[in-house]
Design a protein around this ligand. Structure first.
Ligand SMILES: Nc1ncnc2c1ncn2[C@@H]1O[C@H](COP(=O)(O)OP(=O)(O)O)[C@@H](O)[C@H]1O
Ligand SMILES: [Mg+2]
Length: 359
C-alpha cells in the first residue's frame, strides 16, 4: 500500500515526507488510512486518506462540493476549535481521481476516539450534543445550496408508494410471507408520512442533514470524551433536521441489533432517547423552529417505519439493495424495525413529555 499512498499524497499539497501508514478499520463504506508525514523540522504530522466507495457513491465530485460548502461554513464559525479540513491538489480540487478510476481525498487527522456502540448514557448525551451542534452551526446555511446526491432519500411517501406498488406486482412471489407487515405499514402510513409531506409543502426549513447520524461518525476527545466534531459527511444533503435526530434515536435507543430475530429483545429505550434529546436540544434550542423540536418523537417513529418499508420493499423485489446474509434477512430486518416502531408508539406520550420538558 505504501507506494499507492505515497503517489496519492504527492498529488495533494501536504507538508513533509511520507513516513508510515495504518489502516483504520472503523468505517464500513470507504477505505480509510491514517498516513503520517515527517515535516522538515522533524515533527510528525498525520492525515486521513480515504478512498471513496464509488459503487455506493456514484457522484463523488458532487459529494465533495457539498462537503466543501459545509466544512467551510463550519470552519468560519469555529476559529478556536479543531474542524474538518480537506486538502487540495495542485489543481485546487479537494479530491483526486487515480489512473485506475479510484477516488481519493485527504483530510486533517484529529487525535480522537470513536465509539462503535454507546451503551454509556454520557456518550449518548455527547452524541446528541455533537449532532445538535452540527445542526446549530449550520442553522444559517440554506440547505437548498447542496446537491441532493441521493434523490428522495427521505421522501417517506415516495418510499411507501414504491413499497405498495411493488407489493401489487409481487415480482418474486414473496408478498404472502409479508402480509402482516404490509398491513401494519398501511395502518400507520399517513402518520409516518406526515412530516415528510409537510416538508415537501414547505412547512419546515430546508436544512443541511447528515443522513448517517451514528455515534461512530463522531470524533470524541480521548481524555474527556467530549464530542469534537461530526465526520463522514458523504451523505450531507438538503432535508429535515428532525429526521437526522430521529435516525440517531432509532439506532442508539434500540435495545437490539437492526436484524435481531428474537423480537422479545427489541424495544425502544426511553432513557437513552432522553439522554440523546437532552444533548441535542441543549445545543439547538433557539436556533431552529419550535416545530423542529416538538416533532422529534414523530420523526423517530417515521424514520423507523420508513426504514422498515425500505427493507420490506427490497425483500419483495428480490434483495437487490441491502446486502443479505441469508434468504429472508430483509424480512427479519423489517420485523425488527416494525417492532421497534410499535415500541416507540407505545411510549409516544412519554417521549413527547420528555421533549416538552427539555425545550
Ligand atoms: N479526520 C479524522 N481524524 C481521525 N480519525 C478519523 C477522521 N476521519 C475518519 N476517522 C476514523 O475513520 C473511521 C471511518 O471514517 P468515516 O469517514 O466514518 O468512513 P466510512 O464512510 O467508511 O464510515 C471513523 O469512524 C474514524 O474512526
Ligand atoms: Mg462512518
Amino acid at each position: 500500500m505504501t507506494p499507492i499512498l505515497q503517489r496519492i499524497g504527492s498529488q495533494f499539497c501536504l507538508e513533509g515526507k511520507f513516513e508510515s501508514y495504518e489502516i483504520i478499520k472503523n468505517g464500513n463504506i470507504n477505505m480509510t488510512y491514517k498516513v503520517t508525514y515527517r515535516k522538515s523540522d522533524g515533527a510528525l504530522k498525520s492525515y486521513i486518506f480515504q478512498k471513496i466507495n464509488t459503487h455506493v457513491f456514484e457522484n463523488p465530485v458532487a459529494i465533495m462540493r457539498n462537503i466543501d460548502l459545509v466544512t467551510t461554513h463550519i470552519r468560519n464559525k469555529c476559529v478556536d476549535s479543531p474542524t474538518l479540513h480537506f486538502h487540495h491538489t495542485k489543481n485546487r480540487d479537494n479530491y483526486f481521481y487515480d489512473t485506475d478510476g479510484s477516488f481519493w481525498r485527504v483530510m486533517n487527522y484529529i487525535d480522537s476516539v470513536t465509539f462503535n456502540n454507546c451503551s454509556d448514557l454520557t456518550v449518548v448525551r455527547n452524541t446528541g450534543i455533537a449532532f445538535g451542534r452540527f445542526q446549530m452551526q449550520l442553522a444559517d446555511f440554506d440547505g437548498a445550496r447542496l446537491s441532493e446526491t441521493i434523490p428522495d432519500f427521505h421522501n417517506t411517501k415516495m418510499r411507501m408508494d414504491t413499497l405498495f406498488a411493488d407489493a401489487v406486482k409481487d415480482p418474486v412471489n414473496r408478498v404472502r410471507e409479508a402480509r402482516a407487515e404490509l398491513a401494519y405499514i398501511a395502518s400507520v402510513r399517513e402518520k409516518a408520512c406526515e412530516l415528510s409531506e409537510k416538508f415537501y409543502h414547505g412547512e419546515f426549513p430546508v436544512r443541511v442533514t447528515h443522513n448517517d447520524t451514528k455515534c461512530n461518525n463522531i470524533l470524541f476527545d480521548r481524555e474527556t470524551k467530549e464530542p469534537l466534531m461530526v465526520i463522514d459527511l458523504d451523505t450531507v444533503m438538503p432535508g429535515m433536521s428532525m429526521y437526522d435526530f430521529g435516525d440517531a434515536a432509532r439506532f442508539i435507543a434500540s435495545t437490539a441489533e437492526e436484524d435481531e430475530k428474537d423480537l422479545k429483545k427489541v424495544s425502544f429505550d426511553k432513557e437513552v432517547f432522553r439522554a440523546l434529546a437532552e444533548g441535542y436540544i441543549g445545543e439547538l434550542k433557539g436556533h431552529v423552529m419550535d416545530t423542529e423540536i416538538t416533532t422529534l418523537p414523530l420523526a423517530t417513529f417515521s424514520i423507523t417505519v420508513e426504514l422498515a418499508s425500505r427493507f420490506l420493499d427490497d425483500y419483495i423485489t428480490g434483495d437487490s439493495y441491502f446486502k443479505i446474509d441469508y434468504p429472508d434477512h430483509n424480512l427479519v430486518r423489517t420485523r425488527c424495525q416494525l417492532h421497534l416502531a410499535k415500541s416507540i408508539m407505545a411510549q409516544f406520550g412519554e417521549l413527547c413529555e420528555t421533549i416538552e420538558r427539555l425545550r
